[in-house]
Ligand binder design. Structure first.
Ligand code: 4AZ
Length: 245
């Protein structure tokens, strides 16, 4: 995240990270992800383009804040299954969504606590949020100098779809959300390494919903940078059918 700030420890308890397993790589960050159930995380399909979709190549870390410091709530899981949406188009990034099932016992993987708990899925027809609503992106991705060692956050308002339609033409589809900071001085933006992570928005009653999955855009925090996020509400039926959540 470029132009973000350090999050609070435990402030985004659904944030997960997909990392290369040291036996199959160097433990490096591949993507962000969102915990949506004890054994399920949501991420972007394009996260598995570079290193492939072999479950043994990756692990999922939850409860993390500082990536290099062992912390009380952090925990790592192997992967049972990587399910890439069958309509994912790696050329256009349409339907850029994947479900990652964690390895556990009897349907129990992550044990929820104050620092590790899932985000809500949106309703299939979630009441429209105000365009200037309370939405945040979070991640350990590129800050403009290097990947962040601490979890970053930045408010990223949803924008009128028209802005992304004008910028990206037909590559911007109905399965995508347009979000970003167009005002000068507060152009925080998602970047490489944040992909697959959440764009969460707070409902009027307070709960946090994973509205978007960080997907693509032309650059990070360039002038009028418009980020494109997979529109989770367009996939809730699929997510609930596959995960039984
Ligand atoms: C990337 O390279 C990337 N600001 C992710 C998000 C955005 C741009 C690039 C959108 O993974």
């Amino acid at each position: 995240i470029i132009g973000g700030k350090n999050s609070l420890r435990g402030g985004w308890p659904w944030q997960a990270a997909i990392r290369l397993r040291s036996a199959h790589g160097d433990g490096r960050l591949v993507c962000g992800a969102t915990l949506i159930g004890s054994c399920w995380t949501l991420t972007a399909a394009h996260c598995f383009k570079r290193y492939g979709n072999n479950t043994r190549s990756y692990m999922v870390r939850v409860g993390d804040y500082h990536t290099l410091v062992p912390e009380e709530y952090e925990e790592e899981f192997g992967i049972q299954q990587i399910i890439i949406h069958s309509n994912y188009n790696p050329t256009s990034n349409d339907n850029d969504l994947a479900l990652v099932q964690l390895l556990g016992w009897n349907g129990v993987c992550v044990k929820f606590n104050s620092h590790v708990s899932p985000a809500c899925l949106p309703l299939r027809r979630e009441p429209a949020l105000k365009v200037a609503s309370n939405c945040y992106i979070t991640g350990w991705g590129d800050t403009g100098r290097a990947y962040s060692k601490t979890l970053q956050q930045a408010p990223v308002p949803l924008l009128p779809r028209r802005l992304c339609e004008e910028r990206y033409a037909t590559q911007f589809t109905s399965r995508m959300l347009c979000a970003g900071n167009v005002e000068e001085d507060k152009r925080a933006d998602s970047c490489q390494g944040d992909s697959g992570g959440p764009l969460v928005c707070q409902r009027p009653e307070g709960s946090w919903v994973v509205y978007g999955v960080t997907s693509w855009g032309h650059g990070c925090r360039i002038q009028d940078s418009l980020g494109v996020y997979t529109k989770v509400s367009a996939f809730v039926t699929w997510i609930r059918r596959v995960t039984k959540l």
